[in-house]
Design a protein around this ligand. Structure first.
Ligand code: 5GP
Ligand code: 5GP
Ligand code: 5GP
Length: 208
């Protein structure tokens, strides 16, 4: 009641396809720990409101502390790798995500539980398996947006939102997958509202 800015309605759990981060005009840099696996990586777990708006940077006194998540570091390096330039070990990315988004969930999930929840959600969603089981592979081919969404819905039970970006040749491609999560961070839900943005009806699924 006192801290209304920390209340929110649900999370977007957002995963990125590394091939689509790296093949753009801007390119990418592999983490100092080495090239990540050819798998979706976590981008973030973002508190959101049902009207589509969202809180951010909710508590500047609650800084990211690596000591609180030391037991999760190797799993974060594998499942939440950073691809921004210059190369980093991930701490900068996790710090940004905690301070911008995580601090808005601290009334429900403290730092360790926030990162652990995201890692658990990634295992449960297994997007790459959902897609490859449906014949949708990161082979540089084009796939229909509705088939991509259908494959993820069949595997997880929930309707995803697909965000596209464009490669260096301006082809629309599968960049990020959003799933919605309840405020405890423990289970997927149908999204109360979807982000807005355009993909083609056919989108590229680049290699990585
Ligand atoms: P972009 O403008 O590239 O779509 O998003 C930039 C950043 O704004 C994202 O990485 C994320 O931190 C934040 N953001 C964008 N859209 C949303 C949204 O719908 N909900 C939340 N919670 N954050 C968002
Ligand atoms: P957001 O878009 O979540 O607000 O912010 C993403 C921030 O994290 C940007 O400053 C971006 O440079 C940094 N970042 C570091 N590694 C990555 C990555 O692998 N993917 C994305 N999307 N952003 C990253
Ligand atoms: P519908 O609601 O009929 O599935 O789609 C309405 C419009 O939204 C269509 O232009 C469709 O391409 C677009 N759309 C549907 N789902 C997604 C999605 O997950 N991501 C994006 N970017 N557009 C979508």
């Amino acid at each position: 009641i006192l801290c209304a800015s920390q209340d929110f309605d649900f999370y977007y759990f957002v995963q990125q396809w590394p091939g689509s981060y790296c093949d753009t005009q801007n390119s990418c840099c592999y983490p100092t720990t080495g090239k990540p696996a050819a798998d979706f990586g976590i981008h973030g777990l973002w508190p959101n409101y049902k009207d589509g708006s969202y809180p951010s940077n909710c508590d500047s006194n609650n800084r990211f502390q690596q000591s609180q998540i030391s037991d999760l570091t190797s799993s974060l390096q594998r499942n939440w790798p950073t691809l921004a330039c210059p190369s980093g070990n991930g701490v900068q990315f996790w710090t940004h995500e905690w301070e911008k988004h995580g601090t808005c969930s601290e009334s429900l999930l403290k730092q360790h539980d926030y990162f652990e929840a995201a890692l658990d959600l990634k295992q449960r969603a297994n997007l790459l398996r959902a897609l490859t089981n449906a014949g949708i592979q990161p082979d540089g081919g084009f796939y229909s947006l509705s088939n991509i969404k259908g494959a993820i819905k069949d595997a997880t039970g929930y309707t995803p939102y697909i965000e596209c970006n464009v490669d260096a040749s301006r082809n629309s491609q599968l960049y990020q997958v959003y799933l919605c999560v309840d405020t405890s961070g423990s289970g997927f839900i149908e999204c109360p509202v979807f982000p807005k943005g355009k993909c083609g009806s056919q989108v590229e699924f680049p290699t990585f």
